[in-house]
Design a protein around this ligand. Structure first.
Ligand code: HEM
Length: 292
């Protein structure tokens, strides 16, 4: 039987999101956490058109379900240290990404999930997100232009049937705080050279600088990923929740290293206006992997 990926990965168009990162309670077995998270998929928490995507720290998952785990997958266990710039490692044991049509249902389902897992896990990080002007991030630029379509995305984001962990995906979750004052002080032309695209229509700039964001994450170089980024935060404290899926962790790691300037000392200019506060990798098992 084909391994079906968790459908919420591809459920575009939802207006409200919550990302919950959890750590195991003292003395809890990894197996109990996996069983608890798997049971959240029962109807009582998937009603109301709410999507739940659940994943685990790669090493925790491998210890429990080795035959459903990609061999080389690792957590975000060390900071990425680049050219005068560091991306912190804030790995946790599990993640729940809950999305829906409005915050009330997301809020209720998130609270039910936390209550159901109370004996095995506690919340370590909690972020709520919402779309901004259809598909813009809080820099004001359209985010997702070079994203694969929903036809292409499963082939890029989901581990193929032939491999261990088939039907699973690898999630990079990284919360970036924007320095809105400094960004908004830049003229539009400067902002466009930082991103490498026009602000109005997202057209690619022909002679974009080598340290622009799209040059530092060029998918023709690093391989393709599927992004589900969302704005997060309050009026005075906000940014981008980077939510990136791939069938191959190396693509995501290579992009992070490139943005930080690890190998060539060239740092993505976007990193002068946004700061990563968190960074974690999670394995998102197939539905069969999760519930077996
Ligand atoms: C503050 C955080 C970030 C913001 C505001 C941001 C914003 C953007 C924007 C506006 C674009 C251009 C339009 C598009 O193609 O989507 C873009 C492209 C892209 N970003 Fe980001 N991004 C952020 C972080 C990241 C991170 C951490 C990664 C990778 C780990 C990443 C990977 C990409 C990729 C792969 C592209 C498309 C590049 C291509 O043209 O092939 N971004 N991003």
């Amino acid at each position: 039987m084909a391994s079906t990926p968790q459908a919420g990965i591809f459920a575009l168009g939802t207006a409200s999101h919550a990302y919950l990162e959890l750590d195991m309670q003292e003395g809890t077995e990894g197996r109990a956490l996996v069983a608890g998270v798997a049971s959240l998929r029962e109807p009582r928490t998937t009603m109301g058109g709410v999507n739940l995507v659940a994943g685990f720290r790669p090493e925790l998952w491998r210890a429990i379900v080795p035959h459903e785990s990609p061999a080389t997958l690792e957590g975000f266990n060390r900071p990425i240290v680049g050219a005068d710039f560091t991306m912190p490692a804030t790995q946790h044991d599990a993640v729940l990404w809950i999305s829906g049509s409005a915050y009330d249902v997301v809020f209720d389902v998130a609270r039910q999930a936390i209550a159901a897992l109370r004996d095995v896990a506690r919340i370590a990080e909690e972020t709520s997100s919402w779309p901004y002007h259809h598909d813009r991030d809080l820099t004001g630029f359209i985010d997702g232009t070079e994203n694969p379509t929903l036809i292409e995305a499963p082939d890029l984001a989901v581990i193929p049937e032939s491999g261990p962990g088939a039907g699973g995906s690898i999630l990079l979750l990284q919360k970036w705080a924007h320095d809105a004052a400094s960004w908004e002080a830049q003229p539009t032309a400067r902002q466009e050279s930082v991103i490498g695209r026009n602000k109005l229509d997202s057209a690619e700039i022909e002679d974009k600088p080598a340290d622009s964001h799209v040059a530092r994450t060029d998918q023709d170089l690093f391989g393709k990923i599927f992004r589900r980024n969302m704005p997060y935060g309050t009026v005075t404290d906000h940014g981008t929740m980077f939510v990136g899926f791939s069938s191959d962790q190396r693509r995501l790691v290579a992009m992070l290293e490139s943005m930080a300037g690890v190998n060539d000392g060239v740092r993505d200019t976007l990193t002068y206006f946004a700061t990563p506060l968190t960074g974690a990798f999670y394995f998102i098992p197939s539905i069969r992997g999760l519930t077996q």
